[in-house]
Design a protein around this ligand. Sequence first.
Ligand code: 13P
Length: 250
Amino acid sequence: MSKRQKLMVGNWKMNGSLAANASLVAELLQGMAEVYCHAAVCVPSVYLSQLQTLLAGSELALGAQDVSPHESGAYTGEVSASMLKDFGVRYCILGHSERRRDHSESDALVALKAQRALAGGITPIVCVGESLAEREAGETEAVVKRQLAALIQVNGHCISEIVVAYEPVWAIGTGLTAKPEQAQAVHAVLRAQLQAASPHADRVSILYGGSMNAANAATLLDQPDVDGGLIGGAALKAPDFLTMLKAASR
Ligand code: 13P
C-alpha cells in the first residue's frame, strides 16, 4: 500500500444551485464522521462564496475548476488565482479534458495555469488522459507522457506540490471505467516519469477519474499507484460520495 494519504475530489462540473448545494453539503457533512482521507469539492466559481461559508470549519476542502494563466488585468471572464484564494480555495482542477476539448486548452497553457495556481498558494489538480481513438491506436502512454512532460517542463522544481489526475476521456461520464489494472498501468507510467524528474515524486498523488462510483471505488483505490479519485456524477449524490470517501479511508 502506498504511504500517500488518499485524496478524493468531487468535480461538480456545471451542476448545482444555491438550494441544491446547501442540501448536498449538509448531507455530506453529516456523514463525515468515519472519513479519514483528504476530501474536497470543486465547484462552479459563482458558488465559491456560498461553499466557503458552508464548508467553514469542516474537513471538506474547497476547490475550483479552472484558473486564469494571468495574474490580473484586461481578461474578460477570467478568474485569477488570488481571487480563488480570497474564497478559501485550496485545490484547482486544471486541463480537464472537457476544457481541453471545448476551450482548446493546450498542454503548454495547462502548465502555465498550474504555475499560476502554485504561485497563488493553490494546489493544481492537473488532468491527463487519452481518447478512445488514442487508446485503440496504442498511443495511451505517449499521450499521457506528452501531457505530463509539459507540466514538468514548467513546474518541475515544485512537482511534489501538484496533484495529477489520470482521466481516460473514454471513461468520463460514460459508465465505462478503466479496469483497476488498466488504471494502475498508466499510473505507474506517470509515477516513473515523475520519478525521473524529481526526487520527491513519491509524494505526488495520482488520482483516477472516469465513471468512478460507489461500487468500483474500492478496487481502484487498492491499486498501489492510485492515490485517490476525481469523481464527477457520483460526487453529486451524497450517499455515493460518502461511500467512496469511506472506501478511501480504509
Ligand atoms: P464522471 O465521474 O462523471 O465520469 O466524471 C469524471 C470526471 O470527469 C471528473 O473530473
